[in-house]
Design a protein around this ligand. Sequence first.
Ligand code: NAD
Ligand code: MG
Length: 404
Amino acid sequence: MAGNATRRVLAVLGSTGSIGRNTLDVVGRHPERFAVHALTAHRNEAVLFEQCRRYRPQLAVLVEAEAAERLAERIRRAGLPTRVRAGPEALLEAVRAPAVDTVVAAIVGAAGLPATLEAARCGKRILLANKEALVVAGNLFMREVHAHGAELLPVDSEHNAIFQCMPPGFVAGQAPEGVRRILLTASGGPFRTWTRERIRQATPEEAVAHPNWNMGRKISVDSATMMNKGLEVIEACWLFGLPAERIEVVVHPQSVVHSLVEYRDGSVLAQLGNPDMRTPIAHALAWPDRIEAGVRPLDLFAQGRLDFEPPDLERFPCLRLAIEAWHAGGTAPAVLNAANEVAVAAFLDGRLPFGGIPAVIAHVLERVPVLTPHSLEEILARDAQARAEAEAAVRDSVWKRVAS
Ligand code: NAD
Ligand code: MG
């Protein structure tokens, strides 16, 4: 039970997605601990309506205006207390609400950046799933977190595991004394054992069929290309204040060890558990307390063995591209992310083969010059330029020229 824990008031951004639904599942187990003030989504009014019925937020936001109108009508007929707002600016309203002390940032892609950044500027506790926000604007975001005294808790399972293994008093973005390196685990995705040729021809159905995790379609494709691990290396550099050389990717197909921290004295601390996002979500929701998350206990005897292997950058060039973009610095990670979002969407639409994803990203990184950004506007301008270049590369079948 909560004892004398303060009741936290939440805004859940991206509540209809995989992280959003898992968050509400944990929240629903602890009505005495959590109140839901705002729920937001892109256009799924049916799921958002059901969530409003169950969690009775003050505010519901749909970015798409027509879907928001339909939601408002359903809410009115059901006699619910929820106000409905439309459009991307309403996401900021959900974050700013004075009643809200905790923002769950679970929008997918760079689309989540403005609202996540606003949460930092408002000094809220941020439960960060939206890794793209850090990849695109890590420098600006971490500056705002520190300037406004926001509290940053990672929800991404690996980063949450690393956070749990950090020494007491750890502050986000500041390399802790005594840590030698981070071992960032990766499942290797559905194509871990496939040949390069077979991977190039993979279909969307094959790419989204992740062996261990049930996630949104975009991150599932990112796991299949291993771009997800590349984005996570960048995410870890910002969250833990370490250079990329001190973050080693370790392929671990069972997804039971969620990452490890190696100390100078030779100690290696790991966090283990079944692959269920409700564990890191519950950890971040209740931090520093521990609460029931509905997760099956880990059975090591049934598990039997744990395997580890190095990543193969030849078969998974997206991981290499991400690390190169991190070293290039400035807007390069934002360009990488934008090109990846366009390439993944084109792949899921059947407009780009799987092997075309790294080809499009490499092409865009070559064409868009690196800049040291000074504002969100400069970052978003590079993001837009990269998206236009990526769309053109898909249309012009650039991958046919580079794939060899
Ligand atoms: P998802 O596709 O299942 O859900 C995305 C949510 O964002 C939905 O609620 C959708 O309505 C909303 N959304 C989409 N586009 C939007 C836009 N333009 N404006 C406003 N809202 C928009 O995605 P997910 O798998 O839940 O992932 C969410 C984030 O969490 C991603 O950044 C992902 O990398 C990260 N993450 C997910 C998992 C996982 O297990 N799913 C694990 C670690 C990290
Ligand atoms: Mg992860």
